[in-house]
Design a protein around this ligand. Structure first.
Ligand code: ATP
Length: 357
């Protein structure tokens, strides 16, 4: 296939195993986001793909050719890492042009290619500037332009928006997918920010402890997380995780019998804050809660509540709805649809009903 295929990659250092049995594939023109906590092996995985580090086991194939032992420069892999790594004594133009200069590209072609990518990334007006004269966002785009201009088959982006301000990050989240697709590379995009992964990734690999814990579409990772940890990683405010007891035909949750597929043993119930409705007046079968605080978050507000047994519960509501709750503590009633309850095994954290992957 055209693109990148990683099969059963493992890697360890003296300090212990870092990657275990990592397999994934990225088609040409596709963006795969890798999300995971700090120190989970994301950078080591990118270095293995680029040929800067050798795996202990497993293979790296690019466009159907085994590249596990190939030299970095012969792989067709481009990289843009979070620390930019621009040549300080070259201006932006020469930095971007450097992969083409190394290939002895004729100067007309070189100018044309650098100009095209710089226009697309809106840095054509700063091509004469040295890196120290560029803002962080411009440096980041210069590094990205340098990676793109070489037209790599595989493009590795390691948290490229970490150092840019919030406004530019937002703009880039919208623009990057179109730009990256126009180069038709197989893109791996590493980030710790789940929103970025959801906005940019066609598919998402959740890496935890050196293993792929989930490999799915952004929609599935959010709606059907493989485990409690994945559910916690994706969502802001975070998912409500509540103890539940298994009863006939379902579970007891917040004092209410909820029909769910039969689960045995100890379970944890997960409810996304946006799946709760909260009412100021008593509703039939509503769960009585104490409202502790209302916190505005952009156009939505988070309600902090305590459940019948003192459970901490979060809900999100629209801005105008939030205004009705006022500021003081009060009794409210909570409701939710049974189909929105996610059930996790309390011991392993795995979601009950999640297919093995
Ligand atoms: N050359 C090396 N020698 C020994 N240990 C290493 C080496 N490179 C990485 N490690 C270890 O491997 C683990 C994973 O590191 P890695 O940089 O891949 O994490 P990461 O997921 O990219 O983290 P972050 O999100 O913070 O960048 C860490 O515990 C790190 O200390």
């Amino acid at each position: 296939m055209s693109g990148l295929v990683l099969s059963h990659i493992s890697k360890g250092f003296k300090s212990g195993k870092v990657l275990e049995d990592v397999s994934l594939d990225v088609n040409a023109g596709e963006i795969v986001a890798i999300v995971g906590p700090s120190g989970t092996g994301k950078t080591v995985l990118l270095r293995i793909i680029a040929g800067l580090q050798e795996p202990d086991g497993g293979t790296v194939a690019i466009d159907g050719v085994d590249m596990t032992e190939a030299a970095p420069e012969s792989r067709g892999v481009g990289m843009a890492f979070q620390n930019f790594a621009l040549f300080p004594h070259f201006n932006a133009f020469d930095n971007i042009a450097s992969p083409l200069t190394a290939r002895h590209t004729p100067s007309d072609t070189l100018k044309e290619k650098v100009g095209a990518v710089a226009r697309m990334l809106k840095i054509d007006h700063v091509l004469g500037h040295a890196p120290r004269e560029l803002s962080n966002g411009q440096k980041q785009r210069t590094a990205l332009a340098r990676a793109l201009v070489a037209q790599p088959k595989v493009l590795l982006l390691d948290d490229p928006l970490r150092n840019v301000d919030a406004k530019l990050r937002y703009e880039m989240r919208m623009e990057l997918p179109r730009l990256l697709r126009s180069y038709n590379a197989a893109v791996i995009y590493v980030t710790q920010d789940y929103k970025e992964a959801m906005a940019l990734g066609d598919r998402i690999a959740v890496l935890r402890g050196g293993r792929i814990e989930q490999w799915a579409s952004p929609r599935d990772v959010y709606a059907a997380p493989a485990s409690v940890e994945v559910a916690k990683l994706f969502g802001d405010p975070t998912i409500n995780l509540l103890p539940a007891t298994v009863a006939q035909g379902g579970i007891q949750l917040l004092g209410r019998a909820v029909p769910t597929p039969q689960a045995s043993g100890a379970v944890i119930a997960g409810l996304r804050p946006e799946h709760l409705t909260v009412s100021r007046s008593e509703i039939a079968n509503g769960i009585p809660c104490e409202l502790d605080a209302v916190m505005p978050v952009n156009v939505r507000s988070v309600l902090y509540m305590r459940g019948p047994a003192g459970e901490e519960i979060l809900a999100t509501v629209g801005e105008s709805e939030a205004a009705k709750f006022g500021r003081e503590h009060r009794q409210v009633w909570v409701d939710f649809a049974p189909e929105n309850v996610l059930l996790f095994d309390a011991a392993s954290g795995a979601r009950i009903g999640h297919p093995a992957h």
